[in-house]
Write a protein that binds this ligand. Structure first.
Ligand SMILES: C[S@@+](CC[C@H](N)C(=O)[O-])C[C@H]1O[C@@H](n2cnc3c(N)ncnc32)[C@H](O)[C@@H]1O
Length: 264
């Protein structure tokens, strides 16, 4: 915990991203992966396998991975061998990721907010505004020329921190307003993916389950009511936090959906 706090303090990162929790999340994922390596292995393998399956179906030109994060679920070597241009897109790239790709001439890190509203939401709340919350918007230009775009364990993450920032710091928005803000962000990302000219591969959690052994105590819809539609969906479970990760009494798992061809 102390080590995570120290890294948060010493890693240079834009103020709004630090305050909203983006850096904290990345540091926490790395730490949790360190503790849950065995539990996460099959999920990470399933992600890499599906991405390579999608890659096999397109010509070896340009590929973009949205939500590349720590690259835990990215088959980086294979993508850099197959494609001439590999773009790893995230709102923030950790220094370790910058180092890891430094020697790969055809791999580049693209820093972009894929909701387009994180900074505006930060300012909206800080200035005490009470009107409509910012709307999602994205510059499609960053990936529009790609033969393959992979949205990787990102969709359900997009609304969480903007929504959390509003919830914690503004009394002006009730539960319904927050849910509708979150749903708008999820829908916008799906519409954006569907609007792209190349092949799109989508990997996302579809449902969160809090369990006590075989008993499901609570199910949470991380898509806020949005539906995934595709001809073929692969399903698996990501045991993201088996006990005692959260506490000694519960396990958290994500029911995953992997779609190699979202528009197929
Ligand atoms: C659960 S992680 C995905 C796992 C990641 N591929 C890995 O191996 O670490 C979600 C990623 O989405 C990124 N992210 C969250 N909100 C974002 C946004 N608005 N724009 C771009 N990336 C975002 C986070 O920084 C994080 O790297």
């Amino acid at each position: 915990m102390l080590a995570e706090w120290f890294r948060h303090l010493t890693t240079p990162c834009p103020t709004h991203l630090k305050k909203m929790g983006y850096l904290k999340e990345l540091i926490a994922i790395e730490a949790r992966h360190g503790r849950q390596r065995a539990a996460w292995a099959s999920h990470l393998e399933a992600c890499k396998k599906l991405i390579l399956e999608a890659a096999d179906a397109v010509k070896p030109g340009r590929v973009a991975v949205l939500g590349s994060g720590l690259l835990l679920d990215v088959p980086l070597r294979e993508l850099s061998e197959k494609f001439s241009d590999v773009r790893l897109v995230d709102i923030f790239h950790m220094p370790a990721v910058e180092k890891r790709v430094a020697g790969l001439a055809n791999v580049r890190l693209v820093t972009a907010d894929l909701t387009g509203l994180a900074e505006a939401t930060f300012a909206h709340v800080n200035e005490g505004r009470t009107g409509a919350l910012p709307s999602p918007e994205i510059d499609a230009g960053i990936v529009a020329d790609c033969d393959l775009v992979v949205s990787l364990n990102l969709l359900t993450q997009l609304p969480l921190l903007p929504m959390g920032w509003v919830q914690e710091n503004s009394p002006a928005y009730d539960e319904d307003a927050l849910r509708s803000f979150a749903r708008g962000i999820v829908d916008h990302h799906l519409e954006f993916l569907l609007s792209l000219p190349g092949r799109v591969c989508l990997i996302t959690e579809k449902q969160r389950a809090i369990c006590d052994g075989g008993d499901v105590l609570q199910e949470i819809d991380p898509l806020f009511g949005s539906e995934l539609r595709a001809a073929q969906i692969k399903r698996w479970t990501w045991n993201i936090a088996p006990r005692p990760e959260i506490n000694r009494h519960i396990d958290l798992s994500f029911r995953m959906a992997g779609i190699a061809d979202l528009k197929g």
